[in-house]
Ligand binder design. Structure first.
Ligand code: ADP
Ligand code: ASP
Ligand code: MG
Length: 436
């Protein structure tokens, strides 16, 4: 059994949905995870924002546009009157539910229910289409099995038991269809796995079912060696180690949600990144490869703040770093990069919501300097330190670009540098030119 996940653009129009249907029916009894049609979750976020602000007409306008879009999709997707009626009634129920929020004060639980509707609609439409095509597709409602613990981590035991039972009850099913992204929390309320979280759904399902493979189908032919949104001429990387993929995903390679790597890695299940628009392209396979000492790819993570704490008393002062880290822990802010010297330490964070309070606390231990609007550029590969030239190649490529921090040695898989936002694209291009 395989798990196949299709992202928003892959199911973004009636033609795309039909095309995905042709891909998923090539083999029997796989689990197919769908995201919301592209743009839908953003519209739902917008509706919730309007409602929080008490702007019901704003919410109404966004909702009406979305409803019209879905009615047009139904018209083109389904061929029979019966199919159209069934789909229209499923979609109609969703929009009635959304409208019911217009007359009450929005709560967090309400917002979560609103955000869940995109995946519920895309799977309902696909189910109607597959039924019309005579395919025995069984819809596995994610809200019946996908659950997180109080910690926010997936409740693997619960998911395993529920999902296996639901699948076992359907021995004749050709295909199992389910929603990405959405889940229930430990209180049983509707929740989600964060934006882009359908990849995580696929990985969790792959792990609990011990799948042969997890396929992430998207709009590009695999993980490219640099960010194709900013650099021309990037190329797909044929294989990556789980650790390399984790670094790239965490440091900005949007093709993969960072949480997606761990469940697959722990259960040793290969993850294949494939292109819906070019299904025969080899894409990228992620698994426990053997070391190959190669530079693989570059990624960038935006909106980083660097904080430097200088202390004259740091010399031989054990406990200094502990106090610094404790400050960040107290403010529940995680650190991305670290660089230390005898007189100070620099760290970077991507969440600056508690920055003022953190800086205030850090001033007890030394002089504090803050640099905002920075970008982490991350060069990833099998970069064993004994193969001397990787670090020098990276720094040589960046010879003309001011570098605020450098980090290597946390793992064998990444060299990270921190640069100013305005230097990001120049740095990405320079690295591509020199390294590939
Ligand atoms: P989906 O909706 O299918 O989940 P995403 O938009 O989340 O798709 O991810 C695919 C996009 O990721 C690509 O269209 C591409 O612009 C972007 N991307 C960023 N970095 C990379 C990379 N290194 N390789 C491939 N795609 C990347
Ligand atoms: N629909 C959700 C989002 O847009 C989840 C996903 O696409 O993975 O974030
Ligand atoms: Mg995605």
């Amino acid at each position: 059994m395989k798990v196949l996940k299709f992202g928003g653009t892959s199911v973004g129009s009636p033609e795309r949905i039909k095309h995905v249907a042709s891909l998923i029916t090539r083999e029997r009894r796989n689990v197919v995870v769908l995201s919301a049609m592209s743009g839908t979750t953003n519209s739902l976020v917008e509706i919730a924002e309007y409602l929080y602000k008490g702007n019901v007409p704003g919410a109404q306008e966004t909702l009406n546009a979305l409803h019209a879009k879905y009615m047009a999709v139904i018209e083109q997707l389904l061929g029979t009157m019966q199919g159209k009626a069934k789909a229209a009634s499923a979609i109609g129920r969703v929009f009635s539910l959304l409208r019911s929020y217009f007359s009450e004060t929005l709560t967090e639980a309400g917002e979560k229910e609103i955000l869940a509707q995109g995946e519920l609609m895309s799977t309902a439409l696909m189910q109607c289409y597959l039924e019309e095509q005579g395919i025995n597709s069984v819809l596995l409602p994610a809200l019946d099995y996908m659950r997180t613990l109080q910690s926010g981590e997936p409740d693997m035991q619960h998911i395993n038991a529920r999902l296996r039972r639901m699948i076992d009850l359907e021995p004749d099913a050709d295909i199992f269809l389910t929603q990405g992204y959405i889940c229930r929390n430990d209180h049983g309320g509707i929740d989600n796995l964060k934006r882009g979280g359908s990849d995580y759904t696929a990985s969790i399902i792959g792990a609990v079912l011990e799948a042969d493979e997890i396929q992430i189908w998207t709009d590009i032919d695999g993980m490219h060696n640099n960010d194709p949104r900013f650099v021309e001429g990037t190329k797909p990387v044929s294989s990556l180690h789980f650790e390399e993929a984790a670094e790239l995903a965490y440091f900005g390679a949007k093709i993969l949600h960072p949480s997606c790597v761990l469940p697959a890695k722990l259960h040793n299940i290969p993850v294949r990144l494939l292109n819906t628009l070019e299904p025969e392209a080899p894409g990228t396979v992620i698994f426990n490869t053997t070391p190959d000492r190669k530079l693989k790819a570059i990624a960038a993570k935006d909106n980083i703040t660097a904080i430097k704490i200088k202390s004259g008393r740091m010399l031989l002062a054990y406990g200094f770093l502990h106090k610094v880290f404790e400050t960040f822990e107290n403010h529940r802010t995680s650190i991305d990069m670290i660089a230390t010297s005898e007189v100070g330490v620099s760290v970077s964070v991507d969440d600056d919501s508690r920055l003022a309070a953190i800086v205030d606390d850090l001033k007890h231990f030394g002089t504090v300097t803050v640099d905002r609007d920075m970008v982490i550029i991350c060069v990833v590969g099998d970069l064993e330190w004994e193969s001397c030239h990787f670090q020098s190649q990276v720094l040589a490529a960046l010879a003309d670009i001011p570098v605020r921090m450098i980090s290597y040695g946390g793992s064998n898989y990444n060299i990270s540098v921190l640069v100013r936002r305005e230097d990001k694209i120049r740095a990405l291009k320079a690295l591509s030119d020199k390294l590939f």
